[in-house]
Every structure is written in C-alpha cells, then in structure tokens.
Design a protein around this ligand. Structure first.
Ligand code: HEC
Length: 504
C-alpha cells in the first residue's frame, strides 16, 4: 500500500528535477521556491501526498517508525513498533500514578503547519518554523502576531479514535479551546483538549477509594462499532488479557486495527456519530453505592447543581447502574480485576474531546505495515472552516501557493525523537514541491496515482542549530537571505541538511 506509488513519485521527482535544475544552477541568490530533493536512499524517510475534492483536502504521510531508543535496559528498547499508547497510570503501592519519568510511554505522532504564501506570515514561506516559531527547541511559539494552523495526529490520543487535533500557535501559546461541555466537563470545570489529568481516587468507604484506584476505567462488556466488546476494565494486551508490563506487552502489539487501542475513555459522539464513550466512572459508582460526593471534582459536589444532575443521568445511562447494590457489585468487580493482576493493571490517563469545535474538525485514518515498520496516516478537513485559527485551504483549487512543514515524534520513554522537515511549497501547479491533485472525492482517492514528495528529516545532529537565533546569526552563511530564499534552495545535494542514516 505504502510504496506502490513509488513509480509515480519517482516520475514526479525527476520532472521536478528537470524543472528545478536551471533554478538551482543559478545558485542560492534568488527566490526560487522549487526544491530539488537530494539523491535519496530508497525509501525516503517520509512521503507526503495531497489530494482535494470540491470541499475537502486530504494529507497523506507515510514514514518509518523508529526503534525505541531509550532508556537502555528496558525490554522494549531497540525494538520497532507503532506507538499507539501514551503515558499511562499504574499502581505505585499507594495509588494509581504515572510510571517513573524515565519509563513513561510516548505515542508516535505527526504534525503539519501551513500558511498561504501570498500575504502570509513574515518569513514562513522561505524559512518555515525555524524562523517563525523557534527561538530554541523548547519553544513552539510564533515570533510574529499571527496565528499559524497546526494539525497534530497522535498515535494514542487521537489516531485510534479517527481524528487529529486541530491546534494553532500564536506568539504566546499553542491555542486550545477553553470551553468545555458535558461530559468532558465532568472531569474539570473547564474544557478543551485531550487531557492527561486522570488521577487516583481517595477517601474511605470502599477499597477503590482507600487503594487509590483511577476514577475512570474501561466499560468492560460494552459493545462498540465493529463487533468489538471491551474486554477488561483495565488495558488489555494483544491476547485481551490485562496488560501489566508495558515494556514487554507493548513491543508485541503491532496490530493497530484492533479496537483494543481505543484508549481514550471519552470520545465525541456528535463528531463522528460512532459511540466511543468507553468509560465507567467509578466516581459515579461510589456516589450511588455510598451516597458521598467528597471524592468528586468540586463542581460535582453540589447535588442540586445542573452539572451534577447532567453528570448523574449521563453516568446512569452509560453504566446502566442506578442502585447501591449494583454499584457495589461493579466496584468490587473492578477492584478484583486489579487485584488478580497482582496490582499491575494499567489504565489510560487520557481523555478525549467530546464536543464539536474548530480544534476538533480533522478526521484521520491510520495504517501500520508491520513488515516495514511503516505508518501511513491520512488527515482530512474542509478547506474552509470559518475559524480564524484555521488556514483557509480553498486556494489550493485555484493555484495559490502554501508553505508546509511537518514534524514527526517517535516513541521513546520519558522523552522522544523529534524529527522535522524543512519547509516545502504546496499547490496544484507543477512548479511546487508537493503537488496537490484534484480528485472526485477524497474519501476514495486512488493514492497510487497521486505524486508524492519523498524526502528526509533534518539531521538530528543539526537540531541544536535549528533555532532562529543561530540561523540568523553570523555563524550561519545563509543568514542574510533567510526570508527571501528557501532553506531547500541552498541545502541540497552535498550540502544537504537531510540524511537517511538515522533510520534502518
Ligand atoms: C543562501 C543560502 C542559504 C540559505 C537560504 C540557508 N542556508 Fe543554511 N547554510 C548555508 C551555508 C552555505 C551553510 C554552511 C554549510 C556548511 O557548513 O557545510 C549553512 C549551514 C547551515 C546549518 C549548519 C550545518 C552544519 O553542518 O553545521 C544549518 C543547520 C542550516 N544551515 C540551516 C538552514 C535552515 C533551516 C535554513 C532555512 C531556514 C537555511 N539554512 C537557509 C546556506 C544557506
């Protein structure tokens, strides 16, 4: 599936080469947006395709998953696998908590930033995020007063649910929704994105409180689309038994098509109309069993409030439990499952979106080729959303040029690999790096007939220099022409920033 387009891609690249050779020979002195990719080992590290129809656009990325690099000594270090799990909770002897920082789990991710070139953000078209975003790798803020659209597909926190996070960055922050509607709001008084704030219960009256179990576990026995029944209250491994050692179990989990990896306890029912509210709220069961509210967030402690009553009826419908006896039985079952795993069971920390917003309008598809350790991810959105945080991509239909750069995060432990691309131009014309192709419907686009830009990530060793401070400094020979000449114009061939050697 992923490399069958190689022929057309190669054809496309050789055409690009012909078109761009003339521009390149005139050296790095003029604004030539067409980039000649360097001679690459095959396959390249990442392949990018873009298709659009009358209303929507689709971006397709294919890239190799890297070996988990660190820390050394864990059973899964040095192994390749699709990371469809992120930071989880495990019992530490007192309560459910995150793994120690060196052993945490990071999902694989891919993200894109793009901006129309005409009237776009100062410097972005030539230099991309290197100039507009980073004063160092710690900071992902713009250096101008604009808003830059940022799509973020996450292997654990959005991919399994079929969407990507539609964020944006401005001068001070990565912008996210601060609203919050039910039932995401049941967790906190504010709303917004995928949260990792599920903590342990505390209190007295039942072992789930005294032992510090998590408030949300999976709704075992619930039927989900695709004839899948949730197998356990806690995370299950490939054979649907309780996952108790992530560093052993996870490296064996290669099949991303199993619903097992619907890791997020809540997911929007309006957005994709499929019921993916996977959670059983132990906080609700404790309330029904004991009548107490002290273990709940403050906005759910007033039994006369709207929040409380909306939460109560939602949870009753979800759990089908309304009597103290039934609640107690269920709590005991959950506790027993945890005990029978030698108190090693794990649970997700993530909570998904539950309401429509401009941060939640990208659908996604994912595929992982185990034989090649290769992800293919497609992200789709309407050209025009009307949100000021979203780039209007309708210009793709009439030849407008956009600049796009993308980044990949790969599984590590407490930290992870972060690979970035240089900026590329995108349009439906031939004088561009990535050629967007008009199709009847992006839902059934024939990706084999769509040209791909095949390229490599910026060398890891160069990342410390990938900051606006260094690039604009006298130490960088290209500093004088950063905003008029693309990085790719100068950094090709022998001088390339790109290198295939860090991957298998
Ligand atoms: C006008 C040409 C030109 C442009 C445009 C340009 N550079 Fe450079 N850059 C150079 C040259 C020449 C060097 C020195 C190459 C060498 O040391 O081998 C260099 C060096 C670098 C280095 C250090 C390489 C090393 O091996 O230490 C990095 C990183 C870099 N450039 C990044 C970028 C990025 C990112 C952009 C776009 C934002 C960019 N450059 C735009 C000409 C350019």
């Amino acid at each position: 599936m992923s490399r069958t387009n190689l022929q057309s891609a190669k054809h496309f690249l050789s055409m690009l080469g012909v078109i761009t050779a003339a521009g390149y020979l005139t050296s790095c002195t003029h604004d030539d947006r067409v980039f000649t990719p360097p001679t690459l080992e095959t396959p390249a590290q990442v392949s990018t395709q873009v298709a659009y129809d009358a209303t929507d656009v689709a971006f397709r990325f294919t890239w190799k998953s890297q070996k988990k690099l660190y820390p050394s000594g864990l059973p899964n270090t040095g192994k390749n696998y699709p990371m469809q799990f992120h930071d989880m909770l495990k019992h530490d002897g007192t309560k459910f908590d995150r793994l120690p920082s060196g052993q945490r789990l990071e999902e694989d991710r891919i993200s894109i930033m793009f901006n129309q070139q005409a009237g776009g953000i100062q410097g972005f078209s030539a230099a991309g995020c290197a100039i507009t975003c980073h004063s160092g790798m710690e900071s992902h803020h713009l250096l101008t007063d604009d808003i830059l659209d940022h799509w973020h597909w996450r292997g654990g926190r959005s991919g399994p649910m079929g969407y990507a996070e539609d964020a944006a960055v401005n001068k001070t922050e990565r912008i996210r929704d601060n609203l919050g509607t039910m039932p995401t709001k049941f967790l906190r008084s504010g709303g917004d994105r995928l949260r990792e704030d599920q903590g342990a219960l505390s209190g007295t009256g039942h072992p789930v409180l005294t032992d510090g179990l998590p408030r949300f576990v999976f709704n075992k026995g619930k039927s989900l689309p695709g004839n899948f029944t949730i197998p356990a209250y806690f995370l299950a491994n490939e054979s649907n038994t309780i996952l108790s050692n992530p560093h052993v179990d996870i490296s064996a989990i290669k099949d991303v098509s199993k619903n097992r990896s619907l890791l997020v306890v809540y997911q929007d029912r309006n957005f994709d109309t499929q019921d993916k509210v996977n959670a059983l709220d132990l906080g609700y069961l404790v309330y029904v069993a004991l009548g107490s509210v002290g273990h709940l967030p403050s906005h759910l402690r007033d039994e006369n409030s709207n929040d409380f009553n909306t939460w109560k009826s939602f949870s009753a419908t979800e759990s089908k439990i309304t009597t103290a006896t039934a609640a107690l039985t269920k709590l005991n079952e959950v506790h027993a499952e945890w005990t029978s795993s030698q108190k090693m069971a794990m649970v997700t920390r993530s909570v998904g979106f539950i309401y429509n917003s401009d941060q939640h309008d990208i659908t996604s598809e994912r595929f992982y080729d185990q034989s090649k350790n290769e992800w293919t991810v497609i992200m789709k959105r309407k050209f025009t959303t009307g949100s000021e945080r979203d780039e209007d991509l309708a210009g793709l239909r009439n030849g407008s040029k956009y600049t796009i750069s993308f980044a990949m995060h790969d599984s590590g432990a407490g930290s992870e690999t972060h690979d970035i691309s240089i900026p590329y131009s995108l349009s439906n014309t031939t004088d561009t790096d990535i050629r967007a192709i008009s199709v009847g419907s992006i839902q059934n686009a024939d990706w084999n007939s769509i040209p791909a830009l095949e390229t490599n990530w910026v060398k890891q060793a160069l990342m410390p220099k990938y900051t606006s401070d260094w690039l604009k400094s006298g130490a960088h020979p290209g500093s004088g022409s950063l905003e008029s000449t693309t990085c790719g114009t100068c950094h090709t061939g022998a001088q390339s920033l790109l290198n295939a050697s860090i991957l298998d």
